[in-house]
Design a protein around this ligand. Structure first.
Ligand code: ZN
Length: 256
């Protein structure tokens, strides 16, 4: 009884820090996405998180991105666009790292901001080869795979989660859930302009200096991915987040 109350209180703590008017999902897919990607929604320090776990269209994404205060900078060889609060803190982290001859650079042209179409293409780049693999292996009927391919990307999500519950994982290496490899269309943290994929993610000095400037790892086992949460590490549990250790890394996820 005591334990149950404790768990309930922690999950209330997370709920209490969600944005005003946040559209909390009731469906299984939405709840899973909130659990896997939801740290973003309690971001502070001038960050504006979306009010929904999944954008349903390009126009929803564009309207949200248009409402934000954002900054664009050349970092390394790529242009990076982020919410201004996230960018300012990133630049401070980069400047501090430079003093110790440590670099922090984006992994590609799509390392920060993405649009809805980008998330659709990334999703397809995992789903299509995974379906082909499971058909070839004999675990999945051609008819079922074809049916999934014909659905809209949005409607594919619950079907893919179902296949994964039968052991047919759809990440790039087919060993884990697709959610740790790419986000479902419309659900990527990159749409919020509060996420950055970093080349030097393996260097603990990079992770430390980013954390000192409000940037944390929040998607378990997505190693290059950092999220701007806008507070110091000792504030994260007060926002209703919990620390997960995985593969020698620390990840902060909703305490749900
Ligand atoms: Zn990422």
């Amino acid at each position: 009884m005591k334990n149950t109350n404790k768990i309930k209180n922690k999950s209330n703590e997370y709920a209490a820090h969600l944005p005003k008017d946040f559209n909390r999902p009731n469906d299984a897919v939405g709840q899973r996405l909130l659990k896997e990607y939801g740290s973003l929604f309690v971001a502070r320090g001038g960050a504006i998180p979306p009010k929904t776990v999944i954008f349903k269209s390009e126009s929803d994404v564009s309207a949200f991105q248009a409402s934000l205060l954002k900054s664009k900078e050349d970092i390394g060889v790529f242009a990076v666009e982020l919410q201004t609060a996230a960018m300012n803190n990133l630049k401070n982290a980069i400047a501090e790292a430079e003093k110790n001859n440590v670099t922090i650079t984006p992994r590609g042209a799509d390392a920060a901001k993405r649009n809805y179409a980008d998330t659709v293409a990334l999703w397809a780049s995992r789903v299509e080869p995974a379906l082909a693999h499971w058909v070839k292996k004999g675990d999945l009927e051609v008819a079922e795979a074809s049916q999934i391919c014909l659905l809209s990307p949005f409607d594919q999500v619950p079907k893919i989660f179902k296949l994964e519950s039968r052991g047919m994982f759809c990440s790039k290496d087919l060993s884990k859930s697709i959610v740790y490899s790419v986000a479902p269309p419309g659900a990527s943290q990159h749409l919020s302009m509060l996420a950055l994929d970093v080349n030097e993610h393996d260097d603990s000095r990079v992770r430390d200096v980013l954390a000192e400037h409000g940037w944390f790892q929040t998607v378990v086992s997505d190693l290059p991915h950092f999220t701007f949460l806008g507070v110091l590490e000792n504030q994260l549990s007060k926002l209703g987040l919990k620390k997960i250790s995985d593969g020698g890394r620390i990840f902060w996820i909703p305490n749900l």
